[in-house]
Design a protein. Sequence first.
Length: 340
Amino acid sequence: MKIWPIATAAVCAALLAAGVAGAAAAARTAGAGPPPVRMGVVLNALDNPFFVAMYEGATAGASELHVRATVRGVASNADLAGQAAQVRALVAARKDCYAVAPITATNLLPALRGVRRPIVIINSPIDPAAAKRAHVRSRAYVGTDDFAAGRLAGARMASLLPRGGEVALLGGWLHNVNSELRLGGFERGIRGTRVKVVAQVNADYDRTTAEIAAERLLRDHPRLSGFFAANDLMALGIADSVGAAGKAGTIRIIGLDGIPRRLTPSARDRSARPSPSTRTSWADGSRGVHGGGPRRDVAGESRCPDRAPDEKQRRARDRCVPKAVYTVLRPVQDSPAMIA
């Protein structure tokens, strides 16, 4: 799998901000070869291709910078205590610096309390007030502008529904900062339009959970014209439910992240332009949202399976990209690394 430039840049910036360059410079001044910098990296669960790419970015960045990186990730993003335990283990091992991607704004603060070595926060920010109370001081935050991404998605939905319509929002985990920013940005993006949000639920960034939630929403709100999901896995779950309800092509679905299984090969690179046969759309900070006409899925089939009762069929479904699903790439913040 190709390493996404945004993940590679974020983790490499974190490695540099966490003191790699300073340690190497000190060693050169002393006339010795640079000592190996030992870095602890804790990421989210690797069941999402976005975080798989971030893992690849961490290992690639560590190799390039000659850093000994210990990279960890929880099995499930519901395991807040497990992620904190991974951080505690790395702190106990006295790593030279740390780069962490917290699941919530506060779940890693107890594990980082009292750490004096450089800490870099990746992807999801921590609560600054809670961090101050816990005496946790990070050197930098490297992430994306989730509010701007949501706003782009909202503007795109408004353009897809020029006559207006009812839409539902699917967020990630409860109290997750990224999810709240994306949904808030979406509502800003549709402000002043005839698009109306009639329902909002959390689906834990999970495809199956989103499918179940969308099925219920379609039943409770039969006039729905669109969905916005805070990530692409949930958007795919929505598409599964919409297809099963016989409404494929009539309900607009927008996700966020641009995961590879969501994009055709021509659109996986941020610099690529969508081909005329591409239905997928994406957005970034400089180009806005892009899209094209009808498309076929990546596997070359004309239709995605509506249900996947066994593991083999589930894997086939995950390789399939439903029609009329759009995605947004998260814009990088203007100042992604804010060194204190």
